[in-house]
Design a binder for this molecule. Structure first.
Ligand code: AMP
Length: 216
């Protein structure tokens, strides 16, 4: 199963990915997570990417493409994958198509476009905290940890992402509208695109996504 999750920052892609990777036993590949790992390990790529990420801009395609191509073509993705945060531009989507054409696994099975209004995004991301250990995502209002600041899953501390401040969130939303939303047009001709309402709690949204994937 080859799935792409599309949607603005804060639409719930990360939260839904945790569930989908279990349901379909496929690896979850988040371009944002891969880039944050590169930044944390201070690799050359990470140091180049950091300025763009801090400003809420897209990291240049050339840097992201190598990272993703390598993963998608690896043995780990033989039976499929779930892409979260990639592709984010039409150029990235075309490059992904080329990689998939050259692979044995074939084209994408599902592109799920999650839709959430901007004001909901700003509210959600301000309250988002991620675990510094396992990456589990919390929302201080709707899904807080049992002990303040500590991950229920692994006990590591929770952190606010550097780019989850209102100014950068607004910049990321503008970038989404300009660069990533055109992908909905790109994929609408393929027959694999489904739009899903991303508002509401995680369980409700998860059910909508399952229904979209199962063709209900
Ligand atoms: P995310 O965790 O998906 O919200 O991504 C965080 C940041 O990483 C974005 O604001 C971009 O700066 C960068 N990024 C993640 N994925 C991509 C991508 N596919 N293309 C370019 N930049 C990306």
């Amino acid at each position: 199963m080859r799935i792409v999750l599309l949607g603005p920052p804060g639409c719930g892609k990360g939260t839904q990915s945790e569930k989908l990777q279990q349901d379909f036993s496929i690896p979850h590949i988040s371009s944002g997570d891969l880039l944050r790992e590169a930044v944390a390990s201070k690799t050359q790529l990470g140091m180049k990417a950091k300025t763009y990420m801090d400003e809420g801009r897209l990291v240049p395609d050339a840097l992201v493409l190598d990272l993703i191509k390598e993963r998608v073509s690896s043995d780990e993705c033989e039976r499929g994958f779930l892409l979260d945060g990639f592709p984010r531009t039409v150029e990235q989507a075309e490059a992904l198509d080329q990689v998939l054409e050259a692979s044995e696994g074939g084209a994408l099975d599902h592109v799920i476009a999650m839709e959430v209004p901007d004001e909901v995004v700003v509210e959600r991301l301000g309250a988002r905290r991620s675990c510094s250990g396992c990456g589990h995502i919390y929302n201080l209002r709707f899904n807080p940890p049992s002990v303040e600041g500590i991950c229920d899953e692994c006990g590591a501390s929770l952190v606010l992402r550097d780019d989850d401040n209102e100014e950068t969130i607004r910049a990321r939303l503008a970038v989404y509208a300009r660069e990533t939303k055109p992908l909905i047009g790109f994929y609408s001709h393929t027959g694999v695109l489904r739009s899903v309402d991303g508002s509401g709690d995680a369980d409700t949204v998860g059910k909508r996504i399952s229904a979209a994937i199962n063709g209900a």
